[in-house]
Design a protein around this ligand. Structure first.
Ligand SMILES: *Cc1c(COP(=O)(O)O)cnc(C)c1O
Length: 267
């Protein structure tokens, strides 16, 4: 849950003639619109909030258009253009060269198509994106505040909290709320983390995120397993860290579930 200063990074990138690519999976276009802050390409794992129900694996690439791929730094695009210039109109060349190349090289040649059923699932999920994101963020803030007040919790990382290092950037980039993923550190270390995982009943112990259901995971032994302790800690993953993906259930139920699990640490 670190927020980068996207506008500043876009400026740096453009001064050096490189495009800025933003993975906007956690925010979704409902909470954050990267093009408005200088991004050139935005990518999503639609497996998460866009689909919304953890049922369908897919991704999306969106190109803003207008980036100069012929500034001498991107020979792969020059070669591609030479090969296909008879089939690419000048306006497409300026605006969709990146996605044109993706389509032809990866969709047409390799066949990485989305199945019709997957497309249907995603479109159906997308219809409720705004409703879900409002609920996700509202729940996440309530849960974050509760966690920050619990004696067993040493630290809560959630940018919308005033205590967060990223609070100012969060106000600038995420006025509607900074999403629904958060992490905590427990005072009782690994033992306490295991106890919480054992005791939660509404939160599912799952490694995915951005599901309508609330999920919890111990990153050091799952998503970040296999990395050295040093690398993990650089990423803010400690033995006492739990990552939560807050769903759209009733917030009182979520808080009650976490409360009984945290209260059980010293049983
Ligand atoms: C899950 C995830 C991905 C990978 O997407 P899949 O749909 O699981 O292949 C990429 N970026 C972010 C931020 C993710 O959360």
């Amino acid at each position: 849950m670190n927020i980068v200063d996207v506008e500043a990074i876009a400026k740096l990138a453009h001064e050096s003639g490189i495009p800025l690519v933003v993975d906007n999976t956690f925010a979704t276009p409902y909470l954050f619109r990267p093009f408005e802050f200088g991004a050139d390409i935005v990518v999503y794992s639609a497996t998460k909030y866009l689909g919304g129900h953890g049922t369908t694996i897919s991704g999306i690439v969106v190109e803003k258009g207008g980036f100069d791929w012929f500034n001498g730094k991107f020979p792969q695009f020059e070669e591609f253009y030479k090969e296909y210039k008879d089939s690419i109109e000048e306006k497409d060349l300026r605006n969709t060269l990146f996605t044109k190349r993706l389509r032809i090289n990866f969709l047409t040649d390799f066949g990485s198509h989305l199945s019709p059923t997957s497309a249907f699932n995603l479109l159906q999920g997308l219809e409720t994106l705004s409703l879900r994101m409002d609920r996700h963020t509202e729940n996440a803030l309530k849960v974050a505040r509760f966690l920050a007040s619990h004696d067993e919790v040493g630290e809560v990382s959630y940018p919308s909290l005033t205590s967060s290092t990223y609070h100012e950037l969060s106000n600038k980039y995420f006025p509607k709320g900074s999403g629904a993923i958060l992490s905590i550190r427990l005072k009782g270390g690994l033992t306490a983390a295991k106890k919480v995982l054992e005791k939660v009943r509404i939160f599912d112990y799952m490694v995915n995120v951005g599901d309508a259901k609330s999920l919890i995971v111990h990153p050091a032994t799952s998503t970040h397993f296999g990395q050295s302790k040093q690398d993990r800690e650089k990423a803010g993953v400690y033995e006492d860290t739990l990552r939560l993906s807050i769903g759209i259930e009733d917030s009182a139920d979520l808080i009650q579930d976490l409360k009984q699990a945290l209260d059980a640490i010293n049983e």
